[in-house]
Design a protein around this ligand. Sequence first.
Ligand SMILES: [Zn+2]
Length: 90
Amino acid sequence: MEVRKNEIFEARQWFCDGDHPLVGRRHAGISNPDVLCTECGKPRKYHGFLPFNFPVCQGDWLVNDGHAIGGEYLWNRYTDIEFKSLFEKI
Ligand SMILES: [Zn+2]
């Protein structure tokens, strides 16, 4: 049997430009801003982007799991539903 130990993570919810230092500006690098996102159904122009052009939907949570590569902390992305099933606020 495996049990995940209790850990504390820093988490931030993203809605718009400036909400998170790692999320790039909306519109940046999007050639088709009106295409709808397959996850949330909103146009891509309302999304932010993590490094490697990974989209972030409005309301997504970014969680710092404490792991770093090259001095940069990795932030994992979760939808609001995923986040609420995995974490609780303290
Ligand atoms: Zn989306």
